[in-house]
Design a protein around this ligand. Structure first.
Ligand SMILES: *Cc1c(COP(=O)(O)O)cnc(C)c1O
Length: 357
């Protein structure tokens, strides 16, 4: 039996997509083999690579000024790839709003000056700093942000206006809401939260930023080389790219990002409304900065939290344990989590609150 899976990542995928992949697994499009068993230079795989690329461009409204790359190494690899490709002045600005943002900054500091221009560490990352009050460096090569903070449950509602290209780690909210790609120099995202199985990482980079990598930038990390080779410089993560294509088709059929954003806001609204009116459950994030993808909450008692997670798991509500940096619970309600899953969670929370007064 499938459960409602609230895992932060790798996370739940649309059931229709999994069923389609299952059907295709022994014989993809009449080839007599699966997509994981054929050459990445073959026509059938080329078609998958091209369709995935074209659909992502369509869904996000990505213009020809940008290259769309499918690379490996996860979002964490991008923490190094970004400075290796873009840190031409030897300096970049970072806004630190959580654990991954901090890791990106620390990695950046290996390649030059990675200046922390704002941080929300003082309140355990429960808010996003006022972006209009930040003094950005005039000589930074880029400004790095984490648009949604997966562990702490915050998100940028307003983007900073920066003198240098804006770079965003969108791993946990890509395709969850409309964004104007033109406001960014570069966007990257590990696929395993809102798109596909782990293995592929999306990079959307403005073409005028290509070709500026440092002399020591490893070939595989060079955006220019990946762009010139259509992301096929070496063997790509074929299966993850194939599932990405299916998820992009699914999202398009749903009505695209705009329709998905409306559903995401509805889902998150139901959950926050319940939590805000509950006497037992609390969410500590600044209301204006709340994520619509990751919702952390606590009861205030570690024993009760543990009991909640255990009983929820038995009730078919899986992976609700919060990250160890925050404790308590976290419901990750990515695109593929149906409304019914969020409603089932709320019904369970209601029942648990009554039983544990
Ligand atoms: C999960 C996550 C990462 C780490 O991704 P990997 O692909 O495991 O390297 C980085 N940033 C954010 C915002 C994430 O949610």
């Amino acid at each position: 039996m499938r459960v409602y899976n609230f895992s932060a990542g790798p996370s739940t995928l649309p059931e229709e997509v999994l069923k389609e992949a299952q059907r295709d697994l022994l014989d993809f499009n009449g080839t007599g083999m699966s997509i994981t068993e054929m050459s990445h230079r073959s026509k059938p795989f080329q078609a998958v690579n091209d369709e995935a690329n074209a659909l992502l461009r369509e869904l996000m409204g990505i213009s020809d000024d940008y290259a769309v790359l499918f690379v490996q190494g996860g979002a964490s690899q991008q923490f190094a790839a970004v400075p290796l490709n873009l840190m031409t002045t030897g300096k970049a600005d970072y806004i630190v709003t959580g654990n991954f943002a901090g890791k990106a900054q620390q990695e950046g500091a290996k390649f030059g000056e990675a200046k922390i221009v704002a941080s929300s560490k003082d309140k355990n990352f429960t808010y996003i700093p006022d972006v209009d009050a930040i003094q950005f460096s005039s000589d930074a090569s880029y400004v790095h942000i984490t648009s949604n903070n997966t562990i702490f449950g915050t998100r940028y509602v307003n983007l900073p206006k920066t003198p240098s290209p804006l770079v965003a780690d969108m791993s946990s909210n890509i395709l969850s809401e409309e964004v104007d790609v033109n406001k960014f120099g570069l966007i990257y995202a590990g696929a395993q939260k809102n798109i596909a199985p782990a293995g592929v990482t999306i990079v959307i980079v403005r073409k005028d930023l290509l070709g500026k990598q440092s002399a020591t930038c490893p070939t595989m990390l060079s955006y220019e080389i990946q762009a010139k080779n259509d992301s096929l410089y070496n063997t790509p993560p074929c299966f993850s790219i194939y599932i990405s294509m299916l998820v992009f088709r699914w999202l398009k059929a749903f009505g695209g990002v705009k329709a998905m954003q409306a559903q995401n806001e509805y889902k998150a609204g139901l959950l926050y409304d319940f939590i805000d009116n509950s006497k037992l459950f609390k969410n500590y994030v600044e209301v204006k900065d709340r994520s619509i993808m990751n919702v952390p909450f606590v009861t205030g008692s570690e024993e009760l939290d543990a009991k909640f997670i255990k009983e929820a798991t038995s009730a078919g509500l899986a992976s609700l344990k919060g990250h160890k940096l925050v404790g308590g619970m976290r419901a990750s309600i990515y695109n593929a989590m149906p409304v019914e899953g969020v409603k089932a969670l709320i019904e369970f929370m209601k029942k648990f609150e009554l039983e544990n007064k």
